[in-house]
Design a protein around this ligand. Structure first.
Ligand SMILES: Nc1ncnc2c1ncn2[C@@H]1O[C@H](COP(=O)(O)OP(=O)(O)OP(=O)(O)O)[C@@H](O)[C@H]1O
Length: 355
């Protein structure tokens, strides 16, 4: 299969004293949906703008469909970008907003008409073609912005937080719509977001960035179940993964504040040089109601389908997700346990996962 987008050893700094992207590498296959996710300032928009040609690199190479792109101008890269602020032309109706880019490229009128109607149909905005942007809702405007990218039938779509301005419900709808679009078009899409739920639900593959450094690349379930390090473990998933600090005693017992667990069956821990580490456990992997750990239940948050239980063991906070429907009284001591095959261990110093 051909590489759709390939970035090699990309380094970017805007100023002499700070590197924003550190030696970034990725090969994106034709038709893939890749999400770049990370906290604010991690460099994800910079990377997208580098692919689009809106930003130069300090060093490194950019290829699109096998062609070297470093010196190719944005308009000749055959990509379309959708931003957070849709930047529609206010004085033009929807039809002309969609047609504008094609007119600039001197596409024949009949062809323009065909493509605009096709895109409007895909996005279910055919009835809105005569309206001006100010006569549209936020969600409709965002669909027009999408349509503008769609009509160009580009090789690659780039999205920079396109849903951030929409309310929560609309965001979920548009998420589905973009996914459907990808399913139908099978065009390469690269999507930037700080929202881990968007990343998980949309990406075939997600790349987690932190301070301009790739932390992990994988499909959503891999990244969720086997995070490379504590950053990924806590960034992906909500409520976040719990971390409990402790020591390994005689390579067979993990001992932390209020907790002592037999870890004889984890051979990776035998080879360990350090004896201080973190145990990581996801909220849904804590079993509530029976077990060897006595936890103080402080607060419960019933959500209907599940309850979020805020525990304390020793001095450490622990959040569990309980789907049993059982009602627990706060300020009581409740036995809990961890699903043994879901317990992860991380090096305290580096945050890297040991096993
Ligand atoms: N034009 C610029 N000049 C100088 N520094 C910049 C410029 N653009 C971005 N930066 C810096 O580069 C870093 C990465 O910015 P970037 O916008 O890529 O991050 P981001 O992950 O997209 O963040 P956000 O989600 O907040 O948009 C930040 O520290 C930012 O301050």
């Amino acid at each position: 299969m051909m590489n759709s987008v390939c970035l090699k050893n990309i380094v970017k700094s805007y100023t002499k004293d700070k590197i924003v992207i550190h030696n970034f590498n990725v090969e994106i296959q034709e038709g893939e949906f890749v999400v770049l996710v990370g906290p604010s300032g991690c460099g994800k928009s910079t990377l997208l703008r580098i692919i689009a040609g809106l930003e130069t690199v300090t060093s490194g190479d950019i290829y699109i469909h096998g062609q070297y792109m470093n010196h190719v101008s944005p308009k000749d890269r055959d990509i379309a970008m959708v931003f957070q602020n849709y930047a529609l032309y206010p004085h033009m109706n929807v039809y002309n907003n969609l047609a504008f880019g094609l007119k600039l490229r001197k596409v024949p009128k009949a062809q323009i008409e065909k493509q605009v109607h096709w895109a409007a149909g895909m996005l279910e905005i055919s009835e809105l073609l005569h309206r001006k942007p100010k006569e549209l809702s936020g969600g409709q405007r965002q669909r027009v912005a999408l349509g503008r990218a769609l009509v160009r039938n580009p090789k690659v779509f780039l999205f920079d937080e396109p849903l951030s301005n929409l309310d929560a419900k609309l965001r979920v709808q548009m998420r589905t719509q973009i996914k459907k679009l990808h399913h139908e078009l099978k065009t390469t899409m690269i999507y930037v977001t700080h929202d881990q739920v968007e990343a998980m639900t949309m990406g075939d593959r997600i790349m987690i960035l932190h301070d301009g450094i790739t932390q992990q690349v994988g499909n959503p379930m891999e990244v969720y179940q086997s995070p490379n390090n504590m950053f990924v473990g806590s960034f992906i998933g909500s409520p976040a993964m719990n971390f409990i600090e402790g020591k390994l005693v005689r390579h067979e017992t993990f001992v932390g504040d209020g907790i002592s667990l037999n870890v004889k069956n984890r051979p990776e821990l035998n080879k360990l040089k350090t004896d201080t580490l973190y145990l990581g456990i996801r909220p849904e992997d804590i079993l509530v109601g029976k077990g060897e750990i006595l936890a103080n239940l402080e607060i419960t948050e019933p959500l209907g389908n599940e309850s979020i239980l805020n525990f304390k063991i020793g001095s450490q906070q622990l959040i569990a997700r309980d789907t049993s429907g059982q009602i627990y009284e706060p300020d009581t001591r409740i036995p809990i346990t961890f699903k043994p095959d879901r317990i992860l261990f991380f090096d305290k110093k580096t945050g890297v996962r040991i096993c």
